[in-house]
Design a protein around this ligand. Structure first.
Ligand SMILES: Nc1ncnc2c1ncn2[C@@H]1O[C@H](COP(=O)(O)OP(=O)(O)O)[C@@H](O)[C@H]1O
Ligand SMILES: [Mg+2]
Length: 227
């Protein structure tokens, strides 16, 4: 599904060039649940942003289903992001004035679905993450773990080909982190959702099917994990 080859991303600050990614190659198959780990500054976020078409590499190749997604015009990359990819970030990025259902619903509307269809999709997605009874709660009336599950529901409502999550449990305690990870695991195992997740907690790896470790912009290990 995903193939990257000799990917590099250089950042220039003044005269200094940082090679945040320094020649990374791997493939991701449909249905994998991948954790990307590594010390702070090892290039995890840079990698996820490039895979999620939120940034471009300085060098190297990146294809999704044999389509060269790096060189697509920006409008097509935007359309691809909207229709094919889902994102969960550590700060939830929910709209405070809107209910859980509306936060999920708005993305379907943006995709051009009818109001009725959007509501049904939102309700189904919230049921999948175990929030079917909290549709009308606004973010202030939800716990951190519940907010993150709304963000997961929003991301999966459009049935993305790939779900990207950058430290989705960074602001959660252990118990609520486990709830969010359990939801991701069910999405992956039961619904076959492909997930790429950045994390810094080694206990999170028990939920995933493969672990890629980065160090200084390079892959130092790539391991399939039993589940
Ligand atoms: N926008 C940027 N401008 C300059 N340097 C950056 C930028 N983003 C990241 N970096 C540098 O690239 C390296 C990798 O960063 P990042 O991908 O955020 O790592 P991680 O997510 O693993 O902590 C770090 O040295 C970081 O300082
Ligand atoms: Mg990061």
């Amino acid at each position: 599904m995903i193939k990257i080859n000799k990917l590099e991303r250089h950042y220039k600050t003044g005269d200094v060039i940082v090679k945040a990614l320094n020649g990374v190659s791997f493939e991701i198959k449909q249905g994998e649940f991948i954790a990307i780990m590594g010390a702070s500054g090892s290039g995890k976020t840079t990698m996820l942003r490039i895979l999620g078409l939120l940034d471009k590499p300085t060098k190297g190749e990146y294809t999704i289903n044999n389509l060269n997604v790096v060189d697509l015009p920006e409008e097509e990359r935007g359309y691809y992001r909207l229709t094919q990819l889902g994102y969960v970030f550590q700060d939830y990025a929910l709209i405070n004035e809107m209910s859980a259902a509306e936060n999920v619903y708005i993305l379907s509307l943006m995709e051009g679905k009818s109001k009725k269809e959007s509501f049904i999709t939102a309700k189904e997605a919230l049921e999948k993450v175990g929030l079917g009874d909290k549709l009308s709660r606004v973010p202030d009336q939800l716990s951190g773990g519940e907010k993150q599950r709304v963000a997961v529901a929003r991301a999966i409502a459009k049935k993305p080909m790939i779900l990207f999550a950058d430290e989705p449990c960074a602001n959660l305690d252990t118990r609520t982190s486990a709830q969010v990870l359990e939801v991701l695991k069910i999405l992956n195992k039961k619904f076959g959702q492909t997930i790429v997740m950045v994390t810094h907690e080694s206990w999170h790896t028990k939920y995933v099917s493969r672990l890629i470790k980065l160090k200084d912009g390079l892959i130092v290990s790539d391991t399939k994990l039993p589940r």
